[in-house]
Design a protein around this ligand. Structure first.
Ligand SMILES: *Cc1c(COP(=O)(O)O)cnc(C)c1O
Length: 360
């Protein structure tokens, strides 16, 4: 087997090696029970302990108050695009959205099926190279909530701080949950598909304020009501057991590392190394405007598409995988989520300098 490479993939993405090693053992024999974790009843004592510990650690790490429920759902982050307006909108009701990329746009499309949508801001004209400041938009006073995507995975933009608004906030944090500290109390819902920053694909973590559970219309199918999952501890039906378990391991790893504040510091250091390398030359050009730069996905271009292709090919040969930008923007993208090691960022910067010298 080759040594582990540096995996810059945007998602599913790199996980801590110790988490993978533990999961590999537990798949075969969990808690010395003579059966594997993925063979076990989701109602068994051992598995319920896994879910309870996972939730408790998430609450501790994110400082989630008692009046919020934590749900472990399926259907990916994309199902939330519809589930949110299904539960919170309805005929005649309005919601406001900030259109900062494809994931926001897809959420807008679904919301329009269930109510009125005010697109309060869009950065589409500039290939989504920035996110708005609070003063760049006005939210419809009639809106039920203000929806936004904290980190725009494809374009490498991120809200540097959470928007301040009178309205209840709802955020898709799929690609930066647990990467930095923030105050959850202005939020009604925060959710994230696990496969970028907290585990494998298959589970979506939804954190929802309790009072919102009763807003769903009567005729909404059972599985689409948040209340169903909240009332049943995410066990109304079989939950994505393995994914929840791995998220639990990642949370333990994060706690050991010092929690979200310690992680945030490391993330800022990692991103700064890369942005400094980009800013030091005209050979590399960042896609995101400086005030909107993501700490998680760093997007950049080279002078020509041919050089970009060569760069990605040579980097791959050197054990740096997944640097190709998303097909909708091209160029390169280095995804350096929580579990991505600083040494990998340094290796990439070393290669960037070498490549520039040879090709400029
Ligand atoms: C990847 C991604 C999604 C889509 O997640 P799925 O789990 O594939 O539905 C949604 N939002 C953001 C910000 C993402 O990065």
């Amino acid at each position: 087997m080759p040594e582990r490479i540096y995996n810059f993939s945007a998602g599913p993405s790199t996980l801590p090696e110790e988490v993978l090693a533990q999961a590999a053992k537990d798949i075969v024999n969990f808690n010395n029970k003579g059966m594997g974790l993925i063979e076990m009843s989701h109602r068994s004592k051992d598995f319920i302990a896994v879910v309870d510990e996972c939730e408790a650690n998430l609450r501790e790490l994110m400082k989630i108050p008692a009046n919020y429920k934590v749900l472990f759902l399926q259907g990916g982050a994309s199902t939330q695009f519809a589930m949110i307006p299904m539960n919170l909108l309805g005929e005649g009701k309005t919601a406001s959205y900030l259109n900062t990329g494809v994931w926001a746009k897809k959420a807008i499309k679904e919301a329009k099926l269930f109510g009125n949508v005010q697109v309060a801001y869009t950065s589409e004209d500039s290939t989504f190279n920035h996110v708005p400041k609070d003063t760049d938009y006005t939210v419809d006073p009639a809106s039920e909530y203000l929806y936004f995507v904290t980190n725009n995975t494809i374009y490498g933009t991120q809200f540097p701080t959470m928007p301040k608004n009178e309205k209840m906030l709802i955020a898709d944090m799929s690609s930066d949950i647990l990467s930095r500290e923030f105050d959850i109390t202005p939020f009604g819902i925060v959710y994230a598909g696990a496969q970028k920053n907290m585990g494998p694909a298959g589970v979506t973590v939804v954190i929802i304020r309790e009072d919102l559970l009763d807003r769903a219309p009567e005729n909404l199918p059972t599985m689409f009501k948040y209340k169903t999952h909240a009332d049943n501890g995410s066990m109304f039906n079989t939950p994505p057991c393995f994914s929840i378990y791995v998220v639990g391991l990642v949370l333990k790893w994060l706690k050991k590392l010092g929690g979200v504040a310690a992680m945030e510091k490391i993330n800022r250091e990692k991103a700064a190394i890369l942005y400094n390398a980009i800013d030091a030359t005209d050979f590399y050009r960042g896609h995101a405007q400086p005030g909107s730069r993501s700490q998680m996905n760093i997007t950049f271009n080279l002078p020509t598409p041919e050089l970009e292709a060569q760069f990605i090919k040579e980097a791959t040969a050197k054990g740096m995988d997944g640097l190709k930008g998303h097909r909708s923007v091209g160029g390169c993208r280095a995804s350096i989520y929580n579990a991505f090691p600083k040494a990998g960022v340094e290796a990439l910067v070393g290669f960037m300098k070498e490549f520039e010298k040879k090709n400029s």
